[in-house]
Write a protein that binds this ligand. Structure first.
Ligand code: ADP
Ligand code: MG
Length: 228
């Protein structure tokens, strides 16, 4: 599934945050978005997912305009996002969160097994009582196990132990191998380097650099962009 963003603008109330962001993701391609805190990465994710309204520019999914579609319409069109914060219903059980995301009970353990032992057997637990890292893994597992063709992940490795970062990397790698497209917001450069075909660097709501994973000078530039 192909996503194209043209001159995307959005923000909060009257405060603009994205000032015309353009990029594209091809079928089976992983595009990593990096940038310092406050650069606008989460705002970009929310605007692409439709939970934040674009105030300018456009979004096309496989050539069809989705800029005005509500989040549910974008999900039906094949896009699923794992948000950085508050993606789960904390008062509900893990199993009920799975059910609300369209997974029947007999699939629950298979979804939870994506992160090995970490979430196995936890379907009855209230989601809000999972640790921060466990909630991130459940959020990622819901998106990775869905049938969506375009996966959007906002800092999915936050709070994860190295072994679980590895499992997440493996799952993203198989998603890519099976032809799914991924927009990966990631501060964890080693994971992004392992998976991404291309990078875009956001700063102050604008794309300030971009490159392919094969670009020999890119790694050095990324480190500089992220340096405080
Ligand atoms: N809910 C909000 N209301 C107002 N401003 C916000 C809100 N969320 C983020 N911002 C502002 O938008 C800018 C970009 O934030 P964000 O997209 O979260 O950056 P990043 O994900 O790259 O750290 C920051 O200046 C931040 O303070
Ligand atoms: Mg963010």
């Amino acid at each position: 599934m192909r996503l194209e963003a043209h001159g995307l603008r959005s923000g909060y109330g009257s405060v603009p945050v994205l000032h015309g962001v353009s990029f594209d993701i091809g079928s089976g391609e992983v595009v990593a978005v990096v940038g310092r805190n406050g650069a606008g990465k989460t705002t970009l994710v929310k605007t692409v997912a439709g939970v934040l309204r674009a105030t300018g520019g456009g979004l096309m999914l496989d050539g069809a305009e989705i800029t005005r579609l509500p989040p549910s319409g974008r999900v039906r069109a094949g896009l699923r996002a794992a948000f950085q914060e508050r993606s789960l219903f904390g008062q509900l059980s893990v199993g009920d969160n799975l059910r609300l995301n369209g997974f029947p009970a007999e699939q629950h353990e298979a979804v939870l097994a994506l992160f090995g032992e970490s979430l196995a057997g936890r379907a009855a637990q209230r989601a809000g009582t999972l640790s921060g890292g466990e909630q991130k893994m459940l959020t990622a597992a819901l998106v990775l196990s869905s049938s969506a063709s375009l996966l959007i992940m906002d800092e999915p490795t936050e709070g994860l132990q190295p072994s679980n970062v590895e499992l997440l990397g493996d799952a993203l790698h198989s998603a890519k191998e099976s032809g799914r497209s991924v927009l990966l917001v990631e501060q964890h450069l080693s994971l992004a380097m392992r998976l991404a075909d291309r990078f875009i660097v956001l700063s102050k709501g604008e794309v300030v650099d971009a490159g392919t994973a094969g670009d020999a000078e890119l790694a050095g530039r990324l480190v500089q962009h992220l340096a405080i």
